[in-house]
Write a protein that binds this ligand. Structure first.
Ligand SMILES: [Zn+2]
Length: 491
C-alpha cells in the first residue's frame, strides 16, 4: 500500500529586506499543515524559499550601495534563519538566483509555452509599480496610486514578450468553478472568479535585460530580454522538484504529477498571480494544476503596516528570543482569523499564552499528574466513559475538518474547548478530596484527555507538545509533573 502525498509550499518573498512577522505567519501556517498531514500518515514535502530575481532587490541593493549579489545573499540568509526559532519542519528551500535546479526549469517551462504558440512580442506602454513589479490598468489604481504601495506607478514604454492569457479564460473558469483548484476562503475565490469573468487580457512576461541590470533569467532565444520575475518565481514550485533539469525528475513525478494534494499557502496580495497567471502558465505548459490555494490576510503590528525594514515588534526572531517559540506560534494559530487583517501586539501575545497555555493547558496537566501521583503513585487505569472522553475522542476529527478548510483558529479552538471541559471536570469532580467514589476513573479520564490534547497539539506547538507528552507518557504509568508553560513577563 502506498500512502498518498501532500505537497505544501509558501510563497517565496522578495529579499529586499529582513523578514517580518507576516512572513513568519505564512511559514507557521504551512508548517502546521505539513505537520498535521505527517501525523495523519501522509507523505509530506514542505517547500519554502526566496525570490532572488526580483528587480526590487536590484533597486534596494542600489539604494543600500551594496552589490546586488551580496545584498541578496545576506537577506536570503535572514529568511532561512527563521526556520529554527519558528520550529519549522521544512523539507526543502529554493533560492531562485543560486539554486542550480531553478533556471533550467524556467527555460523548459518557457519553451513549452512557446511551443504552444502562447508568446508574441510587442511594444507596450503601461503604468508600472516597481514595488509590485506589475503593470496596472488605470481602473485598478486607488486615486492614481498602487493599492499595495500607495505610490503613483510610473509610465513605462518597452518592447516585451506577451503571454496569451486570454486564451485560457474558459479553462480557468472551469477549474475554479468546479473546485478542481480550491481557493480558500470563499471571498478570495469570488474575487478571482469576478476578475476572470470580467475578461482576461494578455500579459507582459519579459523585461529588457538592461533595465534589470542583467539580473534575472534570459529569455530562451532572446538574450536582450529577461523573464518577468513573476513568471520566473512561480515556477519554483516545480523547478525545486527537478522539473526541466538535466537530472532525473523523479521528485517532480512524485510530488507534483503524483501528489494527491498540491497546496500553495499565500498572502492576499498575490492571489491573482497564483489563481490566474500561475494556473494559465501550467495549462499552457500542459502540467497538472495545484489542488488548493490557501490565502491569508495581513498582519499589522501596533496598528502599523509591516515592512521588511520594520521595527522591533515586527522581527519574529527577536519575539522568539523574548517570549519563546510556543508563545509566538500560539498567537499565530489562535488570534489570526480566517479572514480580515489582524493587529499584533506583545500584550496580546503574552495574554493569550498565559491564559490558554500557562493557566489553561499547563495547569490542567500539572494538576492531573500531581493528583495521579498523590493517589495512585503514577498509575492510571483505562478511561471512563462520559462527556470528557467523548470530547477528547472527537478532537482529531474536529482538527481535520478545520484544517481542511485552512481554519487554524477553529482547529485550536476545538483543542482549547477540550482543555476547558477537562478543567471544569476537575472542579466538578473534586478528585483531591479523600474518600470520593469514582476518583480513579476520573483521573484516568483526565489523563486520557490530556494525552489526546498533547498529540493533537503537536502540529501547532511542536515544542510544548513534546514536553507534555514526555510527562503524560503512555499506558498505565504517567511521569512526574513538570511546568510546561511558564507565565511570561509582560512587555
Ligand atoms: Zn505596488
Amino acid at each position: 500500500m502506498t500512502t498518498s502525498r501532500y505537497y505544501v509550499t509558501t510563497s517565496i518573498p522578495y529579499v529586499n529586506g529582513a523578514p517580518h512577522l507576516g512572513h513568519a505567519l505564512e511559514l507557521v501556517q504551512a508548517d502546521v499543515l505539513a505537520r498535521h498531514r505527517r501525523r495523519r500518515g501522509q507523505q509530506v514535502r514542505f517547500l519554502t524559499g526566496t525570490d532572488d530575481n526580483a528587480l526590487k532587490n536590484v533597486t534596494a541593493a542600489r539604494a543600500a550601495r551594496v552589490p546586488t549579489r551580496s545584498f541578496v545573499d545576506a537577506n536570503a540568509a535572514g529568511f532561512v534563519a527563521l526556520h529554527e526559532p519558528l520550529a519549522l519542519s521544512v523539507d526543502d528551500v529554493i533560492r531562485t538566483s543560486t539554486d542550480p535546479r531553478h533556471a533550467p526549469g524556467v527555460r523548459r517551462f518557457w519553451e513549452r509555452c512557446a511551443a504552444r504558440g502562447d508568446f508574441y512580442r510587442r511594444a507596450y506602454t503601461g503604468l508600472y509599480c516597481a514595488g509590485c513589479e506589475q503593470f496596472y490598468a488605470a481602473a485598478e489604481l486607488a486615486g492614481g496610486r498602487c493599492p499595495e504601495h500607495g505610490v503613483a506607478p510610473e509610465e513605462v514604454s518597452e518592447e516585451n514578450w506577451f503571454f496569451r492569457l486570454s486564451r485560457y479564460q474558459d479553462e480557468l473558469l472551469r477549474v475554479l468553478e468546479s473546485g478542481a483548484v480550491r481557493v480558500e476562503p470563499a471571498a478570495k475565490r469570488a474575487e478571482v472568479l469576478a476578475f476572470v469573468r470580467a475578461g482576461l487580457r494578455d500579459v507582459s512576461v519579459s523585461r529588457p535585460a538592461e533595465r534589470a541590470d542583467g539580473w534575472g533569467i534570459p529569455v530562451p532565444g532572446d538574450p536582450g530580454q529577461v523573464v518577468y520575475v513573476w513568471w520566473d518565481a512561480l515556477a519554483n514550485y516545480v523547478t525545486s522538484l527537478g522539473y526541466g533539469g538535466a537530472g532525473d525528475d523523479a521528485a517532480y513525478r512524485d510530488w507534483w504529477a503524483g501528489s494527491a494534494d498540491r497546496v500553495h499557502v499565500i498572502g492576499k496580495g498575490i492571489v491573482r498571480f497564483h489563481a490566474v497567471y500561475w494556473l494559465a502558465q501550467l495549462l499552457s505548459a500542459g502540467l497538472p494544476l495545484p489542488t488548493a490555494i490557501l490565502v491569508h490576510d495581513y498582519l499589522t503590528a501596533d496598528g502599523a503596516k509591516l515592512a521588511k525594514s520594520g521595527g522591533p515588534t515586527a522581527d519574529p526572531s527577536a519575539l522568539v528570543r523574548r517570549y519563546g517559540t510556543d508563545a509566538l506560534r500560539w498567537w499565530f494559530v489562535r488570534e489570526v482569523p480566517r479572514t480580515g487583517d489582524t493587529d499584533f501586539t506583545e500584550q496580546r501575545l503574552v495574554a493569550r499564552h498565559d491564559l490558554e497555555l500557562a493557566n489553561g493547558l499547563g495547569n490542567l496537566v500539572q494538576r492531573t499528574l500531581t493528583l495521579v501521583h498523590r493517589r495512585d503513585d503514577g498509575v492510571v487505569g483505562p478511561p471512563g466513559r462520559g462527556a470528557l472522553t467523548d470530547a477528547a475522542d472527537a478532537l482529531p476529527a474536529a482538527v481535520d475538518r478545520a484544517l481542511d478548510g485552512f481554519d487554524l483558529r477553529a482547529a485550536t479552538a476545538a483543542l482549547v474547548a477540550v482543555v476547558d471541559l477537562a478543567n471544569r471536570t476537575i472542579e466538578a469532580e473534586r478528585p483531591w478530596e479523600p474518600g470520593r467514589a469514582g476518583t480513579d476513573a476520573v483521573l484516568a479520564t483526565l489523563v486520557h484527555a490530556c494525552r489526546v490534547i498533547a498529540a493533537e497539539l503537536e502540529p501547532f506547538l511542536p515544542g510544548g507538545a513534546t514536553r507534555l507528552r514526555a510527562q503524560l507518557a503512555e499506558g498505565e504509568r504517567v511521569g512526574r509533573p513538570q511546568p510546561s508553560f511558564l507565565r511570561l513577563r509582560p512587555p
